[in-house]
Ligand binder design. Structure first.
Ligand code: GUN
Ligand code: FE
Length: 449
């Protein structure tokens, strides 16, 4: 049982501060009860837990946050974090990324990199991650195994890409039939690794993006999703080159093509989606799919900002993705900061008296509480998981934030800072060092030091 203060955003844009509450967790790692100090049972429950030696009481400078959800990350690109961002997407893939991903045919290499990645992400507060792996069966299974061993909630996707015109010979599936057969075996194998009812690690069907897949593969993967009930992830309308390529091939938008192939389903995760139309947003909402907003990589590869406010106004499901290594930060708290900045940039100068009227899109700005919701409960809803908020029945995936960790940039003054201010300061300034403890399903899974 934990006694302390927790910040969360259970509803988009609404900060709720649970001050000095008792949180109990059941045997399955879910929140059983949250008892407020005003509840007549509070004192007795606390005394009992203390007497039984199962109370963790937080000091005033430590607070709980829900664990962070990364809806889009390329695990094999971890060694490329922070480099190779000097060229456009289509060049970056061929010049840097495909050669790196091809190295994961070496299982020993994969194991070493994936162990470092998962530990690093947990330390940064990512308790749920949705991974693209590579085309390799063994290495992709090793990533799923690593997440299980380290206790990170994850969706792991073996990447499907078979079009010889777009993918190099040294890094592509042999053909559509082989890719489909392997995807089916991968799904079974991951489900065997984590056979629980509510498994920690799940498979996800992963066509890399429309340009890298033949029609036969896209069609087959859509059928496989319907058959297995597996979630899907892919890239959608990411860059000018990419969306123009799809338009030239099909005469339609990415979203429409995905829908045609049975790939736009409930909880399908669409990375980026910068150039979606209003009609696409409506279709995404109707199907119950979701967007992984990756603001940092969108700057590098799309010179563009996803129309976040328009998506939220239409009740499209949205969460955040780091898009490592198209994005160079492993921190989803950084993702919140980039989301806030990108929304402000999109808003531009919308006051015609101050600047040309066409410079921005009115009402694009978002709040800190909205950004944090995207990073937590929004990501959970995108995936259909009960994570991202402190509510009975939800998983206890949480972070302990120590405001006074060595080197902390979170400075607060009681006479100047309200609890809401403290929340904002944490979201904008917390670093890896401030994340003192990490829980997934009630288990300690790591710490920053
Ligand atoms: N589109 C296809 N593959 C990739 C990738 O690895 N990263 C990004 N950002 N976009 C892609
Ligand atoms: Fe990506």
């Amino acid at each position: 049982m934990i006694c302390g203060t927790a910040f969360h955003t259970p509803v988009r844009g609404k900060l709720e501060i649970l001050e000095g509450v008792l949180i109990s967790v059941d045997g399955a790692g879910r929140i059983a009860e949250i008892i407020s100090p005003q509840n007549p049972d509070f004192a007795e429950a606390k005394t009992r837990a203390e007497a039984e030696g199962r109370l963790l009481e937080l000091p005033a400078n430590q607070v709980l946050l829900p664990g962070l959800v990364d809806l889009h990350i390329h695990a094999p690109q971890w060694p490329q974090l922070g480099k190779a961002l000097d060229v456009p997407l289509e060049v970056w893939l061929q010049k840097y990324t495909f050669p790196l991903e091809a190295r994961y045919s070496d299982l020993g290499f994969a194991r070493e990199i994936y162990a470092d990645l998962v530990a690093g992400l947990l330390a940064n507060g990512t308790t749920t991650a949705v991974y693209f792996a590579t085309i390799h069966m063994e290495a992709s299974l090793a990533l799923a195994q690593t997440c299980l061993e380290k206790g990170q909630r994850a969706f792991v996707g073996k990447v499907a890409m078979d079009d010889p015109d777009q993918c190099p010979d040294f890094y592509r599936d042999k053909d559509a039939a082989t890719a489909l057969d392997e995807m089916r075996r991968f799904i079974d194998a991951v489900r065997e690794l984590s056979p629980a009812n509510d498994p920690l690690v799940r498979p996800v069907i992963t066509p890399r993006f429309i340009p890298s897949c033949t029609d036969e593969l896209l069609q087959g993967l859509g059928k496989l999703a319907a058959e297995t009930g597996c979630l899907i992830q892919t890239h959608c309308s990411e860059s000018d080159w990419e969306k123009d390529f799809v338009k030239a091939r099909f005469g339609k938008t990415d979203t429409e093509v995905l829908a045609d192939f049975g790939l736009l389903r409930e909880h399908t995760i669409l990375a980026h989606s910068n150039f979606v139309t209003d009609g696409d947003l409506d279709l995404i909402r109707e199907r119950g799919a979701a967007v992984a907003h990756c603001p940092l990589s969108n700057i590098y590869f799309a010179n563009a900002v996803f129309p976040l406010r328009a998506a939220l106004d239409r009740n499209v499901r949205v969460g955040l993705g780091s898009d490592i290594s198209g994005g160079h930060s492993p921190s989803i708290l950084d993702g919140c900061r980039h989301t806030l900045m990108a929304a402000r940039a999109r808003q531009g100068g919308v006051d015609p008296a101050l600047s040309p009227a066409d410079r921005g899109v009115a009402h694009s700005q978002i709040t800190v509480a909205e950004a944090f919701w995207l990073a937590t409960a929004g990501g959970g809803e995108a995936l259909g998981l009960k994570v991202g908020k402190f509510e009975p029945g939800h998983q206890f995936d949480a972070l302990l934030i120590d405001q006074d960790a060595p080197g902390s940039n979170i400075r607060t003054w009681p006479e100047l800072d309200s609890p809401e201010d403290v929340f904002q300061k944490i979201v904008l300034n917390a670093m890896r060092a401030n994340i003192k403890r990490i829980w997934v399903s009630g288990d300690y899974v790591g710490r920053s030091d």
